[in-house]
Design a protein around this ligand. Structure first.
Ligand SMILES: Cc1cc2nc3c(=O)[nH]c(=O)nc-3n(C[C@H](O)[C@H](O)[C@H](O)COP(=O)(O)O)c2cc1C
Length: 354
C-alpha cells in the first residue's frame, strides 16, 4: 500500500482518539428534540422490544458501529474486535474505506471480519469518486471478498477539498450512485462523512433510486477538522474556515426521512437519548464512530462493551419514560422541537439547486 494512504490511516486513528476533532461551535442539534415524559408508561423495562430491520437483517437494537478503518495492522485490530462486538450485541458494523484494499489486495485480511462476526450486518465502504472510476464488477469483487451485506458509498467533498492531495473533481457522483444501485448484488447506502445530507441531496438520492442513507451530520467528528490538522498553508486555513460546515445531524435525518429514505443517523451520537431523538426524527438506527473507537482505545473490547451497555441502558430508559415499547412507537413519540432545529426543518428542497 502507498505510504501516503498508510500514514493517513495512522493519522486518522491518532487524531480521532482525541476530542481535538470535534465540531467547535455547531452541535448536531439533537438537543433541540425533547421527548415528552410519561409518568404512567404502563410498561416494564423487560417488555421493551428494540429490534429493527435494516438492509434486510434484523438488529437486536437500533445501533450501528459506523465506518472507520482498514488497511493497517492497527486497523485490522479495530475492525476484527469491533465487528465481533457488533456481532455479539446484534448491531450493524461498517468497515472503513476499502481504497487501501483496492490498491493493495494483500491488505484484504484487515477488512475480513466474517470469521469473528458471522451474523453481523456488514457494510463495505468506498468513496463515490473512487467508485466512479471503477467497474461495477471490481467493486462487487471487493464486497464478495469480505462477505458484505451492503455497500456504503461515501460522499465527502468537503473533507477532500481540505485534504492535501485530495480529490478535486466530483463530477458524475449521481450517475455513479445510480449505476451501483442498479448493478450491485447488495443495497447501496449513500453515506456522508461528517457534513450531513441536505434537503436537496436527500431528494436527489431518492430520485436516483437510493433507498438508504447514513447522514453523518455536522456536530460530531469534523472530518474537515481532521484533515485541517493534517494540512499546512492554504489547505490548513481552508480547513479552519470550514471546520463547522455542514447540515447538523438532526436536520439531515429529518430531510432524508421526509424523502422516504431509510436512515442511519451518525454524527455526534454519544448516548442512548441521542439515538432515541434521531429515531423520533425518522431514523431507523443510530450510528456511532469516534466515541466507540475512543472507548475501545481506552479499555479494549471490554471498554467498548461497557460504553455500549451504557448507550443501550440509556435508550431503554428513554423509551420507557416516553411510553414507547417498540422502535416504531418511538418513531411516533410525542416530542417538542425547539431552537435552531426548527429553522432547519422549515427548509424544503430548492429544486433549482444542486
Ligand atoms: C477513525 C475514523 C475513521 C473514519 N473513516 C471513515 C471511512 O473510511 N469511510 C467513511 O465513510 N466514514 C469514515 N468515518 C466517518 C464515520 O463513519 C462517521 O460517519 C463520522 O465520524 C461521524 O460519526 P461520529 O461523530 O460518531 O464520529 C470515520 C470516522 C472515524 C472516527
Amino acid at each position: 500500500m502507498s505510504t501516503d494512504i498508510k500514514q493517513r490511516k495512522v493519522d486518522h486513528l491518532d487524531l480521532c482518539a482525541t476530542d481535538a476533532v470535534a465540531f467547535k461551535n455547531q452541535t448536531n442539534l439533537l438537543g433541540d428534540v425533547r421527548l415528552m415524559h410519561q409518568s404512567l408508561p404502563d410498561l416494564a423495562l423487560s417488555d421493551l422490544d428494540l429490534r429493527v430491520n435494516l438492509l434486510g437483517k434484523e438488529l437486536r437494537a437500533p445501533i450501528v458501529i459506523a465506518a472507520m478503518t482498514g488497511g493497517t495492522d492497527r486497523a485490522a485490530d479495530v475492525n476484527h474486535t469491533l465487528a465481533a462486538v457488533a456481532n455479539d450485541r446484534g448491531y450493524g458494523f461498517g468497515l472503513g474505506s476499502q481504497r487501501a484494499m483496492q490498491k493493495s489486495p494483500e491488505t484484504a485480511w484487515t477488512y475480513q471480519v466474517r470469521e469473528r462476526a458471522p451474523n453481523v450486518l456488514l457494510m463495505g465502504n468506498v468513496g463515490v469518486v473512487q467508485a466512479r472510476d471503477m467497474k461495477t464488477s471490481e467493486v462487487q469483487a471487493m464486497l464478495d471478498a469480505i462477505g458484505a451485506d451492503a455497500l456504503c458509498i461515501h460522499l465527502n467533498p468537503a473533507m477532500e477539498l481540505v485534504q492535501p492531495g485530495g480529490d478535486r473533481d466530483f463530477r458524475d457522483g449521481t450517475a455513479t450512485l445510480k449505476r451501483f444501485v442498479q448493478e450491485l448484488d447488495v443495497p447501496v447506502v449513500a453515506k456522508e462523512t461528517g457534513n450531513g445530507v441536505s434537503a436537496e441531496t436527500a431528494k436527489r438520492l431518492a430520485e436516483t433510486g437510493v433507498r438508504y442513507v447514513d447522514v453523518s451530520g455536522a456536530g460530531g467528528t469534523s472530518w474537515v477538522g481532521v484533515e485541517a490538522l493534517r494540512a499546512e498553508g492554504v489547505e490548513r486555513a481552508l480547513g479552519e474556515m470550514l471546520w463547522d460546515w455542514g447540515v447538523p445531524t438532526a436536520a439531515a435525518v429529518h430531510y432524508a426521512a421526509r424523502e422516504g429514505l431509510t436512515v442511519i443517523a451518525t454524527g455526534g451520537i454519544r448516548t442512548g437519548y441521542d439515538i432515541a431523538r434521531a429515531i423520533a426524527l425518522g431514523a431507523t438506527a443510530g450510528g456511532i464512530a469516534r466515541f466507540v473507537f475512543q472507548a475501545f482505545q481506552q479499555g479494549g473490547r471490554e471498554g467498548a462493551d461497557r460504553f455500549l451497555d451504557q448507550v443501550e441502558q440509556e435508550l431503554r430508559a428513554v423509551m420507557l419514560l416516553s411510553g414507547c415499547r417498540t422502535i416504531d412507537e418511538l418513531r411516533r413519540a410525542p416530542r417538542i422541537i425547539r431552537g435552531e432545529l426548527r429553522d432547519w426543518m422549515g427548509h424544503h428542497a430548492d429544486t433549482h439547486a444542486r
